[in-house]
Design a protein around this ligand. Structure first.
Ligand code: GAL
Length: 756
């Protein structure tokens, strides 16, 4: 058996600014060689203008004859794009074959008839990166940047004239003893074509064992739906054990057999008026909003770094859901969410603005493209079918809801709004609740928002964000307040039976337009910075992980008595999932402090708060006089599990350099993050030590961004990007006065050739 021939077509592209349609049949004379995923302009970290990339660009690729060796007679050649920002024209040998609008959805082009296969076939791709008013999300103002380029993978596939375009696996009665599985198969075939086909569908369990097979012979122009024999107890897809099954379709046609595989999972997901139910059990959503941007590279980051984000969200930060604000994100990201059991609320592109009829027609295409791409992903539990925070527009949103339900009756719809009393056309009332400003109510009651006199399925989809932008390097008091607001809202969500959960704004800081953010083109709304380096508030969520998974203890302090207004260091919040914390000041006896259930009665793991209830501030000495270090030890079941120690007199002691990966593959261009920290003698970052660090690299990788940069708040981020060669990469980081640090990683030879 041979799976269909498909290869990545990411290498050997030529790139230049500008595009002249008349020249689309000629190789450009002055392009630069690039590898996809690619951003049209690598932007500075901040203080830049989007006009840098709001332009038209050209990508070209000569299709060498070796590409055709894989092709069997009579097969079709398909170019598949996972995402091109923002509007893209595909030419082959000077002929325009397709225009695709919208930067977040995949599309494919059958290029067979335009080919000569003489080794000189030329793909010319016109990429318009401007914020064109005719295409969502554009037309109004956006609080984020969209960058530009062929920023996701491109594939070249060879298929028979009749082939599987996509399949949909529908499961029913999943919690019963008679679980139904139906697979619907959608074909590509020439117009008005009809032949007898043979469809064999195999169901494979998570270990890859064949569970059952069904077979059918029929005409190719009739809808294909096959039912597998009922299952008694399939292994459910659950966040803690995300079992994935697979269907394998063997499609027998006049030309041969097309083999296509699709993963899926058995689970139920339902929002009700009294909360969200996953596999029949009440499940409180603790979510985070994610943009898909990175410093310098914008959106152009391949699957590995996408997967790192998903892992970070679930395993390091302790969230159980991610909202893909405000557009469909990469397939690699969604598939990683399937693999690790992270729930997804996926939504169509858009931000506050609704355009004209043509624009709205594109919204409908976006709904369809998003759903068809991801309807087999068990992680996706809700379709967002309203432009984020747009005003009511019942005609449009009746249609988006109708279409979503018709395409996928197995999932509910949501539509994120920020206006109260808006028409509920979706299944779930999804509300950005920015009411909390520090000393007022924490979240609205749902009926106050909906204007209804009964409860409905209700989810808080954003909070905090612009209400309290906080930089990783802000002063302690601000960080403290940032933490408190996240704690209070999360606690309130846990305490409200009629709120399915809450989704914080947002995962990381992001570059934005001039009318948003802090004047430097960054919105500092993240619980991490743009490099995904944690602010204190990140531990609000990380500390909600059960201690059996990871004991967490993080004190929201710089431990410096003069840092706060009027001096002092209490109240001191210790974010922890431990049963209690032992606090020791200098050599005074340790004191046991329990989680603060008075103020946070609903959180799975309330923080320990050192304040006048647990310590006498006077015992911590007077400002300007003797000042001592502290030790905090977290206990679970009376066993010391984790600790933090702070020095009274912190001094620069060492530089730490870490990479997210130790092994990368030379198969594709890959990115790994570098984190550099200036540490004191206790291993804590020194928030006000800002020396310049110099980076140099040897081996098959380059440094993305500047090679000299300051530590900011004691920390700096950078990236290494591989150059497609195998070998040993060494990164050296130097800081005047310190021994330089060298870290290494290995780029390994690809196992098999999958790309060209
Ligand atoms: C919301 C919006 C987000 C972001 C956030 C900042 O209104 O949906 O995209 O701008 O505000 O808090």
């Amino acid at each position: 058996m041979k799976l269909r021939q498909s290869q990545l077509l990411n290498k050997n592209w030529l790139f230049a600014r500008g595009f002249v349609a008349e020249n689309a049949a000629q190789v450009m004379s002055s392009g630069s060689a690039v590898v996809l995923p690619h951003t049209v302009v690598e932007v500075p970290y901040n203080h830049f203008d989007e006009s840098l990339y709001l332009d038209v660009f050209c990508y070209q690729r000569v299709l060498e004859t070796t590409l055709w060796s894989a092709q069997q007679n009579g097969q079709r050649a398909l170019l598949m794009f996972e995402g091109v920002m923002a509007v893209c024209d595909v030419y082959v040998n000077g002929t325009l074959l397709l225009t695709h609008k919208g930067g977040y959805t995949p599309f494919e082009v059958d290029i067979t008839d335009a080919l000569r296969k003489d080794g000189n076939d030329l793909l010319s791709i016109r990429v318009d990166c401007s914020e064109r008013g005719d295409t969502p999300p554009f037309g109004g103002q956006l609080d984020y940047l969209t960058y530009g380029g062929i920023y996701r993978d491109v594939h070249l596939a060879f298929v028979d004239p009749v082939s599987v375009a996509h399949v949909k696996v529908e499961t029913a009665d999943v919690l019963s003893s008679q679980v139904k599985t139906r697979v619907k198969v959608n074909l590509r075939q020439p117009e008005h074509h009809r032949e007898i086909i043979n469809v064999i569908a195999e169901l494979l369990d998570p270990a890859g064992n064949l569970v059952s097979t069904v077979e059918r012979a029929q005409h190719s122009d009739e809808g294909i739906a096959l039912d597998f024999p009922q299952l008694a107890e399939p292994r459910l897809w659950r966040p803690e054990a995300p079992h994935l099954y697979k269907v394998r379709i063997r499609l027998g046609t006049l030309n041969g057999v097309d083999v296509f595989e699709q993963a899926f999972g058995y689970r139920t997901a339902e929002f009700k008026a009294d909360g969200f139910y996953l596999n029949g059990e009440l499940f409180k959503i603790r979510g985070i909003n994610r943009h898909q941007a990175w410093p310098y590279l914008g959106y152009a980051v391949g699957p590995r770094a996408q997967r790192h984000d998903a892992d970070r969200i679930k395993f390091e930060l302790g969230f159980n859901l991610v909202r893909t604000s405000h557009y469909p994100q990469s397939k690699a990201f969604i598939e990683r969410c399937d693999d690790i059991g992270l729930l997804v609320f996926e939504e169509i592109p858009g931000w506050q603005h609704i355009g004209d009829a043509q624009w709205q027609a594109q919204v409908m295409r976006d709904v369809e493209d998003m759903i068809v791409r991801d309807w087999n992903s068990p992680s996706v539990i809700l379709w967002g079918v309203r432009i984020n925070e747009s005003p009511d527009c019942d005609a449009l949103y009746k249609e988006t809801n109708r279409l979503a339900r018709a395409l996928d009756p197995t999932r509910q719809t949501g539509g994120v709004r920020c206006i109260p009393d808006s028409t509920l056309l979706e299944d779930v009332y999804t509300m950005n609740d920015f009411v909390h400003s520090g000393d007022n109510i924490i979240l609205h009651d749902q009926q106050q928002v909906t204007g209804l006199n009964h409860n409905v399925p209700y989810l808080v989809t954003e909070y905090n964000g612009h209400m309290f932008p906080t930089k990783r390097f802000d002063a302690e008091e601000r960080q403290h307040e940032h933490v408190l607001r996240h704690l209070k809202i999360l606690d309130r969500s846990y305490g409200a039976d009629d709120i399915s959960g809450c989704i914080a704004w947002c995962l990381f800081d992001y570059n934005t337009h001039k009318d948003f953010g802090s004047g430097d083109r960054i919105c500092y709304h993240g619980i991490t910075d743009m490099f995904r380096i944690e602010k204190h508030a990140a531990w609000v969520y990380a500390s909600q992980l059960p201690p059996s998974e990871k004991p967490v203890l993080h004190a929201v302090t710089l431990w410096s008595r003069g840092e706060r207004s009027i001096s002092g260091c209490v109240p001191l919040i210790v974010l922890t999932n431990c049963d209690y914390v032992e606090f020791q000041y200098g050599d005074q006896p340790a004191r046991r402090v329990y989680p603060d259930r008075d103020h946070f009665p609903n959180l799975p793991y309330a923080p320990v708060v050192l304040d006048e209830r647990s310590v006498n501030p006077a015992e911590l000495g007077e400002w300007g006089l003797a000042w001592d270090g502290i030790k905090l030890v977290g206990f679970v079941d009376d066993v010391a599990m984790t600790e933090q120690v702070f020095a009274a007199n912190p001094q620069p002691a060492s530089i730490s350099v870490t990479l997210d990966d130790s092994v990368l593959s030379a198969a594709e261009k890959e990115l790994t993050r570098v984190v550099i920290k200036g540490l004191d003698q206790m291993g804590n970052p020194l928030p006000y030590w800002n020396p310049v660090v110099s980076l140099s690299v040897s081996g098959p990788a380059r440094i993305v961004g500047p090679q000299q940069l300051p530590l900011i708040g004691g920390v700096a981020g950078s990236f290494l990007e591989t150059t497609l060669q195998p070998g040993q990469v060494e990164l050296t980081v130097s800081v005047p006065g310190f021994d330089h640090q060298t870290v290494a990683l290995t780029v390994i030879e690809p196992q098999e050739k999958t790309s060209c």
